[in-house]
Design a protein around this ligand. Structure first.
Ligand SMILES: NC(=O)c1ccc[n+]([C@@H]2O[C@H](COP(=O)([O-])OP(=O)(O)OC[C@H]3O[C@@H](n4cnc5c(N)ncnc54)[C@H](O)[C@@H]3O)[C@@H](O)[C@H]2O)c1
Ligand SMILES: O=C(O)[C@H](O)COP(=O)(O)O
Length: 477
C-alpha cells in the first residue's frame, strides 16, 4: 500500500506529529495513543469502532487456514493486530473468536454461516483467500453491512495445470503404475493406455479455469468442447455445446469447473454417467458436491468410467491429518479400492505462485476497504470507490488543527427516500465527493466532506445511525 492510503496518524509530510481532535469538552487535543480512551469515555453509548479517529492499530484481524505469508505481512505492515491460525475452526470456537474481530481471512474450509455471522458484532469485512465464496453466507453478510472479497483468478492457472497433469496421468494409468512400483511390482502394460493427442476434452464451466485449461489442452492437440450456462467466447478452436448431455456423449475426458450452487449440486450423477462414453474419464477439481461419489464408484466398477481424479470432497477436514474414515464418508473404502483413481487433498490452487498472489490481492482489497471504505472487487456489495484528492496529494494530511477532512461510509437498505435523508444530514457541509450504488437489497454510499469542525462528527454519526435505513455507518477521519 502506498503511504498516501494509510490514514493512520503519523509523522506526516509536514514534519509534525498529526493530532486528533477529541469531541471531549474537557480535552481539546490528544496524542493518537491517548485519544481513543478519551473518546470512548466521552461517548460510551456509541460503538467506538465506527466513530473514533481511524487508527489501523485498533483493527483486529483473524486469519485462518494458513493464509500465505505475503498477505499476512501486508496486513501486519498496516499496523493491524493480526492473529494467525494454521487450520480452520469448529463452529463454536469460531463464534468465540469472531466476536472480537473486525476482519476475518479464510480459505475454502471455514463456514461463515448465518449463525456465525450473527455473532460477529464487530466484523466489517471478510477476505476469502481463494476463488470460491460458497463457504460464506453472502446475503447475510451484506445484510449486516459486512463486505466480502475473494481472489477471482489468482489460482486459475494452478488448477488448469493440475488438470492437464491428471489427464495424462489417467490416460497412462500413472497412479497405478507408481503404486505398484512402490510396492515392488514391475507391471509393464499398454492395454487401455492412450495418448491424449486427438482426444476430446469436455469442460463443464468455461470460466477462468475452464478457459485457461482449454488453451493448454489445445496446445497438446486435444479437441475442446465446453458447456456453460452463459454464452462464452470460445478460445482457439474450442466450441460451446448446447447441453450437458451433448458434452457427456462426445467427450473422452470430462472436467468440472463450476461453482458450488444449488443447481450444480449432484450435477454429475447416475443419469449423467450413463450418458458418458464407455471408457471415458472424469475429473472434479471444483467442489465436492458437484459429483455424486457413490454414482462415480458404480460407474467405475461397471467400466463406464475408465479413470477419475478427485481433488474435492463433500466433507473436507479443517486441517491436515487423518481423513478417509468411513465415519465421515461412507464411500471412503470404496474409493480407496478403485484402480486408476487419483485422489488429492484439495490442492488445485495450492502452489507457491498462486498462494502468494492471492495473499497480496486479498490483503490489498481488505486494506483498501478497512482504511478507505473502497468496495472495488467486493462480491456481495455494490462496488463503490471515492479516491479523494486529499489522499492523492502526498503533502496533504487528512487532519489539521480545526479543519477536518472525513469520509462517511453509509451502508443502508435499498429503499426509497434514503438519499434525500442523507443529503439533509450532509447538505450543510462541504461535500467534495459523493458516490452511491446498490446491489439487491443493500446500497453503499461514500461521501468525502471537508472543512468540518471536529464537534460535528458525533452529530453526523448519530444522525446517520438514527435513520431507519441504516445497516452500518463508518466515519473515517
Ligand atoms: N480445487 C481447487 O483448489 C480449486 C481452485 C480454484 C477454484 N476451484 C473451484 O472451481 C470453481 C470454478 O472456478 P473458476 O475460477 O473457473 O470460476 P468462474 O466463475 O470463472 O467460472 C465458472 C463458470 O461456470 C459456469 N456455470 C455456473 N453454473 C453452471 C452450470 N450449472 N452449468 C454450467 N456452467 C455453469 C459459469 O457461467 C462460469 O462461466 C470455483 O467456483 C471453485 O469452487 C477449486
Ligand atoms: O476456491 C478456491 O480457490 C479453491 O477451492 C482453493 O481453496 P483453498 O484456498 O482452501 O485451497
Amino acid at each position: 500500500m502506498s503511504a498516501a492510503r494509510d490514514i493512520r496518524p503519523r509523522q506526516d509530510d509536514l514534519g509534525v506529529q498529526t493530532q486528533h481532535i477529541s469531541t471531549s469538552p474537557s480535552a481539546s487535543f490528544h496524542s493518537p495513543s491517548s485519544h481513543s480512551s478519551a473518546l470512548a469515555r466521552t461517548i460510551p453509548v456509541i460503538n467506538a469502532k465506527h466513530l473514533k479517529p481511524f487508527a489501523t492499530t485498533d483493527i483486529k484481524v483473524l486469519l485462518l487456514e494458513n493464509v500465505n505469508q505475503a498477505g499476512r505481512d501486508m496486513l501486519q505492515q498496516q499496523g493491524y493486530q493480526v492473529e494467525f491460525l494454521k487450520s480452520s475452526l469448529p463452529e463454536d470456537q469460531l463464534i468465540e473468536k469472531i466476536r472480537d474481530v473486525h476482519v476475518i481471512g479464510i480459505r475454502s474450509k471455514t463456514k461463515l454461516t448465518e449463525r456465525v455471522l450473527k455473532e460477529a458484532k464487530n466484523l466489517i469485512v471478510i477476505g476469502c483467500f481463494c476463488i470460491g465464496t460458497n463457504q460464506v453466507d453472502l446475503q447475510c453478510a451484506a445484510a449486516q453491512g459486512v463486505a466480502v472479497f475473494n481472489s477471482p483468478f489468482s489460482n486459475s492457472r494452478s488448477v488448469a495445470e493440475l488438470v492437464i497433469g491428471e489427464i495424462i496421468a489417467l490416460a497412462r494409468q500413472l497412479g497405478d503404475r507408481s503404486n505398484e512400483m512402490h510396492n515392488g511390482t514391475w507391471n509393464k502394460v499398454s492395454n487401455k493406455c492412450w495418448e491424449i493427442r486427438g482426444k476430446t476434452l469436455g469442460i463443464i464451466g468455461y470460466g477462468h479455469i475452464g478457459a485457461q485449461l482449454s488453451v493448454l489442452a489445445e496446445a497438446m492437440s486435444m479437441s475442446v468442447i465446453y458447456f456453460d450456462v452463459l454464452n462464452m467466447m470460445s478460445l482457439g478452436t474450442a466450441h460451446q455445446v448446447e447441453s450437458l448431455d451433448q458434452l457427456l456423449a462426445q467427450a473422452d475426458f470430462i472436467t468440472c469447473h463450476v461453482p458450488e450452487l444449488p443447481e450444480t449440486k449432484g450435477m454429475i450423477g447416475k443419469a449423467q454417467f450413463e450418458k458418458m462414453k464407455t471408457g471415458s474419464y472424469l475429473i472434479n477439481a471444483s467442489r465436492g458436491t458437484v459429483v455424486d461419489i457413490p454414482a462415480l464408484v458404480e460407474a467405475m466398477r461397471s467400466g463406464r468410467v475408465a479413470g477419475a481424479a478427485l481433488d474435492v470432497y463433500p466433507n473436507e477436514p479443517a486441517g491436515n491429518g487423518d481423513y478417509f474414515t468411513n465415519d465421515l464418508n461412507e464411500w471412503a473404502t470404496d474409493l480407496r479400492s478403485l484402480k486408476n483413481l487419483i485422489l488429492t487433498p484439495h490442492i488445485g490452487g495450492s502452489t507457491e505462485e498462486a498462494q502468494s498472489a492471492i495473499g497480496v490481492e486479498v490483503a490489498q482489497a481488505l486494506t483498501q476497504y478497512v482504511n478507505e471504505g473502497t468496495t472495488l472487487g467486493a462480491v456481495n456489495l455494490p462496488e463503490v470507490t471515492l479516491r479523494s484528492l486529499t489522499m492523492d496529494e502526498p503533502n496533504h494530511c487528512r487532519l489539521t488543527f480545526l479543519l477536518l477532512f472525513l469520509q462517511v461510509v453509509y451502508i443502508h437498505k435499498n429503499i426509497p427516500g434514503v438519499l434525500r435523508k442523507v443529503n439533509e444530514i450532509i447538505g450543510d457541509h462541504n461535500v467534495d465527493k459523493q458516490m452511491t450504488d446498490s446491489r439487491g437489497d443493500v446500497a453503499y454510499l461514500m461521501a468525502d466532506i471537508s472543512n468540518v469542525n471536529a464537534a460535528v462528527i458525533k452529530d453526523l454519526y448519530e444522525r446517520f445511525e438514527s435513520l431507519s435505513s441504516r445497516i452500518m455507518t463508518r466515519i473515517l477521519y
